[in-house]
Design a protein around this ligand. Sequence first.
Ligand code: ATP
Ligand code: MG
Length: 418
Amino acid sequence: MIRGIKGVKDILPDEIARWQTIEDEARRLSLVYGYQEIRVPVFEVTELFARSIGASTDIVEKEMYTFQDRDGKSLTLRPEATAGVVRAYIEHNLGASPASQKFFYLGPMFRHERPQAGRLRQFHQYGVESFGSKSPLADVEVISLLWRFLTGLGLPDLTLEINSLGDASDRPAYKAALLEFLKKREERLCQNCRRRMGTNPLRVLDCKTPGCKAATEDAPQISDHLSPGSRQHLRDVQASLGDLGIPYTLNPRLVRGLDYYTLTAFEVTCRHLGAQNAVGAGGRYDGLVEALGGPSTPAVGFAVGLERVSLMLPDAAIPSPQKMVFVAAFGQQGVAVGTRVLDELRALGVRADTDYRATTLKAHLRQADRLGAAFVVIIGDDEAAKGNLLVRNMRTKEQEELPHLTAARSLASRLKTV
Ligand code: ATP
Ligand code: MG
């Protein structure tokens, strides 16, 4: 037997209601906030990710699924979608449109990581990207959308942390100060951090190794290196979050794994998720569009991991399925009428089903029970000859006779009242 790939999961019908609840809410809220759906490919040329995410990030260094196609071109399965959305934004000149430049996406991402609960090799993200505004209110809009999405679904014990990473001109002085500090602690850092110290010292602050966490506890903070403009931007974000009643904490150690972030960075974590506690994260990336060859364009966005949302989703958030009618038909005439009634019910949009394998009433009723049917239509040759059929209410066990011709319609209206 051929098995699926490690860390790449099937989503089976049992779980589908959870996923649809989450995806429906993502679509609904995105539209409410004025974001339009965009669908970008699941693979792109490798250089797009290397250039946007950054060569010395975990993703690009060790997590990408990169392969040569038959033409010898290096391609990569997308590890995230921002790079693709930005490429599409530039390629189709979406910035020229006077209408909204706010987009959302839903779909699978691919990273070669060690699989565990909440960490897969194919996982799913919902994300948004808002282009064209430098305003701190654009940051707050994106954070508000993420917060409302997660709290609206009833996820418990969420924490929102924010920080400012400064702009491109604040970063060099901070990097230098941080590097000087790290050099003095080098022996206490993990191999990985020693290596990336020189290329990307901010990443050391994001290391999950306890030794590195302890060694950098009193590291210099970016907040002491912010220009007045960057400082004001952060203050404005905080003030507006306060106004909207969105609870947050300032975490001066919050850095993001991707190189393209500037100014606001944020992350939502959930206490119950254990080691993989980040549910969603994002920030401003004012330099990325230009870095990828487009016009200078400020932007801000987030991505949220849907496997982690699904793990935390309370059952009460999942709407119960539409009530259904089961058709139990016997005999040649009975089956002919039953098939017609089944079809009429479906044409009316009523969830209706039968069991083509069942030959006895008992077998039919057992299947109706398994499917949770609200009503069972019973029809054999006798009923067919009289032009009637029997309808059994599965909860009260009451039965009544209805004429064939109007049965589907009266069942459809009855379903609304049970
Ligand atoms: P982590 O610190 O957990 O590795 P990250 O910083 O790599 O997260 P992002 O690139 O910011 O994650 O992606 C945003 C969200 O996508 C994460 O908060 C998480 O919910 C989800 N995510 C990231 N990687 C995975 C994965 N391998 N499996 C499942 N979900 C993931
Ligand atoms: Mg990661």
